[in-house]
Ligand binder design. Structure first.
Ligand SMILES: Cc1cc2nc3c(=O)[nH]c(=O)nc-3n(C[C@H](O)[C@H](O)[C@H](O)COP(=O)(O)OP(=O)(O)OC[C@H]3O[C@@H](n4cnc5c(N)ncnc54)[C@H](O)[C@@H]3O)c2cc1C
Length: 309
C-alpha cells in the first residue's frame, strides 16, 4: 500500500497545503511518495525529500508543467496511478482542478475534502457547510482523495527521501497558460496565517474597513471578510472566508461586525481561539466564540489597538 501525494508548489518550494496533505497520506498507512510535476523544479523536489515520512519523491519535468496546468498534471498522475493505492492532493483550487480528472479517468469515486483518516479505506468529510460529518468508505482499488489542509498538521522536516526522475507525459495541448494576476500583500497569506482579523457587513464601507488595519498590523495578522462584506465591495473577493470562500483555522480569529451565519462559520469555526466583536448580544457568532465583546466596533477596535500598545 503506497500513497502518492501530488505536490502543490511553485517550482522553487512547496506550498504549505502539500505538507498537510503528506500528513493525511501518512495516516493512510503505507509508504508516501510525492509527485513534483514542474519545470526546473529541483528545489521543490529537494524540499519534498526533506519532509519526514516521505519515502520517495518523483520528479517529472518539462515546460508543460511550468504553470501547473491541471490537464498535464492529471495526465502525469494517471501515468503513475497503477503503482498506488491512494492518490491525494490538497483541497485547494490547484488540487480540486486536478484530482476530479484523475478520478474520472480511473473510473473511481473521488473522496473530497477529508478531515480525518479513520481507516485506509474510510474517511470523514464535512457536508451541509460543516454541520454534519459523513464517514465514507471507498471500495475503489485506488482511493482518490482531496485533503482539507486545516484538519491535518503540517508534516515537519526531518526526512531524506530519494528523488527519482520519471518520464514526463507530453503536453495535452488542451489548455495553455495565458497570464496570472497575483495579489500582493505585505500581510501573511490568509489560509496560512496564525492570526486572522476578519470584518463583516457591520463595517459599513470600504473606507471603514481601514479601522481593522492597525489591529491586523499589531498582531501580524492576515485580513479576511464575510461574503456580505465582499459582495458589498468593501474588500476583494479573495478575502472571503466561509463555505464558498477560504477555509481557515488560525490560532486566533477575530470576527468584527460579522453575524456568524453558518456559511461563514463553515470557514473558520476550527480556529483555535475565536474572538467576536458585535453590537448584537444575540449574534450567532457568539455561539462559537471563546471571547466575545458586545459593543460598537468603532469604539471597541480602536480601544483594543490602544491596549495592544
Ligand atoms: C450558498 C451560500 C454560500 C455562502 N457562502 C458564504 C461564505 O463563504 N462566507 C460568508 O461569510 N458568507 C457566506 N454566505 C452568506 C451568509 O449566509 C451571510 O449572508 C453572510 O455571512 C453575512 O455576512 P455578515 O455577517 O458580514 O453580515 P450580517 O449578517 O449582515 O451581519 C452583520 C453583523 O454586524 C453587526 N454590526 C453592525 N454594526 C455594528 C457595529 N457598529 N459594531 C459591532 N457590530 C456591528 C450586526 O449586529 C450583525 O451581526 C453564503 C450564503 C449562501 C446562501
Amino acid at each position: 500500500m503506497t500513497a502518492l501525494v501530488i505536490a502543490e508548489h511553485d517550482n522553487a518550494s512547496l506550498k504549505g497545503s502539500t505538507l498537510h496533505t503528506i500528513t493525511a497520506a501518512a495516516q493512510c498507512g503505507g509508504d508516501v511518495h510525492v509527485l513534483v510535476a514542474g519545470n526546473n523544479a529541483g528545489a521543490a523536489a529537494q524540499a519534498a525529500a526533506k519532509i519526514a515520512g516521505v519515502a520517495k519523491v518523483l520528479i517529472a519535468e518539462g515546460p508543460q508543467f511550468a504553470d501547473g496546468l491541471a490537464e498535464n498534471v492529471a495526465a502525469q498522475a494517471l501515468a503513475l496511478a497503477s503503482n498506488y493505492s491512494h492518490i491525494l492532493a490538497p483541497a485547494t483550487a490547484y488540487g480540486k482542478n486536478i484530482l476530479p480528472r484523475v478520478a474520472a479517468k480511473l473510473d473511481v469515486a473521488q473522496v473530497s475534502e477529508i478531515t480525518k483518516v479513520v481507516l485506509p479505506d474510510t474517511f470523514e468529510r464535512p457536508f451541509y457547510a460543516g454541520n454534519a460529518i459523513a464517514t465514507v468508505q471507498s471500495s475503489d482499488a485506488v482511493k482518490v482523495i482531496t485533503v482539507r489542509a486545516t484538519a491535518f498538521d503540517a508534516a515537519a522536516e526531518g526526512g531524506s527521501a530519494t528523488v527519482e526522475n520519471v518520464a514526463a507525459v507530453a503536453d495535452s495541448g488542451k489548455s495553455s497558460f495565458v497570464s496570472r494576476e497575483i495579489a500582493t500583500s505585505a500581510r501573511p497569506e490568509l489560509t496560512a496565517a496564525k492570526v486572522v482579523v476578519s470584518g463583516g457587513r457591520g463595517l459599513g464601507s470600504e473606507e471603514n474597513f481601514k479601522i481593522l488595519e492597525p489591529l491586523a498590523d499589531k498582531l501580524g495578522a492576515a485580513m479576511g471578510a464575510s461574503r456580505a462584506a465582499v459582495d458589498a465591495g468593501f474588500v476583494p473577493n479573495d478575502w472571503q472566508v466561509g463555505q464558498t470562500g477560504k477555509i481557515v483555522a488560525p490560532d486566533l480569529y477575530i470576527a468584527v461586525g460579522i453575524s456568524g451565519a453558518i456559511q461563514h462559520l463553515a470557514g473558520m469555526k476550527d480556529s483555535k481561539t475565536i474572538v467576536a466583536i458585535n453590537k448584537d448580544a444575540e449574534a450567532p457568532i457568539f455561539s462559537v466564540a471563546d471571547y466575545g465583546i458586545v459593543g460598537d466596533l468603532f469604539e471597541v477596535v480602536p480601544a483594543l489597538v490602544k491596549e495592544l500598545g
